[in-house]
Ligand binder design. Structure first.
Ligand code: FES
Length: 199
């Protein structure tokens, strides 16, 4: 009988361990760095545009590609994340993206993107260039009790919403940068070049 108890306890432990490993696997898979997207060293040096395949990017996931030596994030936002954006305006430093240095003209809209669900940002904090972390869930966080998803920079605690708009009262002075980009088709984005006719 004692053995039964041990076995049951062990089974519970294994179940829990498997669940944790499974969860960790999902986190890793949600933020893959897709090596095959990297351009050649020559193209990198020249700052050539790079193509990103987003066909496998699911809702709520982010992938990181490298363009001109900088990380570029591509995130497929959920409806809940998009719906929460207007409610943040009063808490933001530049909710209407009036600083035109921070995004191409096509992204000066409520979503800061060409397609509402697909967000493209340079992944560098506008304070001193650290890498902010994605905190995608709409739930209270230690750094913001009214968090609606977004990016937190642990270096000096700057916060940005799910459109990369900076909150008031943090050291980062401006919204995160939206790089030039264009859609080749629904599943492929060219980073580094605006759509024909787009500013
Ligand atoms: S570098 Fe991000 S808050 Fe300072």
């Amino acid at each position: 009988m004692a053995t039964d108890g041990v076995d049951k306890g062990r089974r519970r432990f294994l179940t829990a361990a498997t669940t944790v490993v499974g969860g960790a696997g999902i986190v890793v898979a949600a933020v893959p760095f897709i090596k095959s997207w990297e351009p050649s060293a020559r193209a990198k040096t020249a700052g050539a545009p790079i193509e990103a395949d987003i066909s496998k990017l699911e809702e709520g996931q982010m992938v990181i590609v490298e363009w001109r030596g900088q990380p570029v994030w591509i995130i497929r936002r959920t409806k809940a994340q998009l719906d929460a954006l207007p409610g943040q305006d009063a808490r933001l430093r530049d909710p209407k993206s009036t600083n035109t240095d921070q995004q191409p003209a096509f992204a000066q809209n409520e979503y800061r993107s060409m397609k509402p669900e697909v967000l493209v940002l340079v992944g560098l904090c506008t304070h001193l260039g650290c890498a902010p972390q994605l905190h995608a869930e709409l739930k209270p966080e230690p750094f913001d009790a009214d968090w609606k998803g977004g990016f937190f920079c642990p270096c000096h605690k700057s916060r940005f919403d799910m459109a990369g708009r900076v909150y008031q009262g943090v050291p980062a002075p401006t919204n995160l940068v939206v790089p030039p980009y264009s859609f080749i088709d629904d599943n492929h984005i060219m980073i580094g070049v605006n759509a024909e006719g787009a500013a």
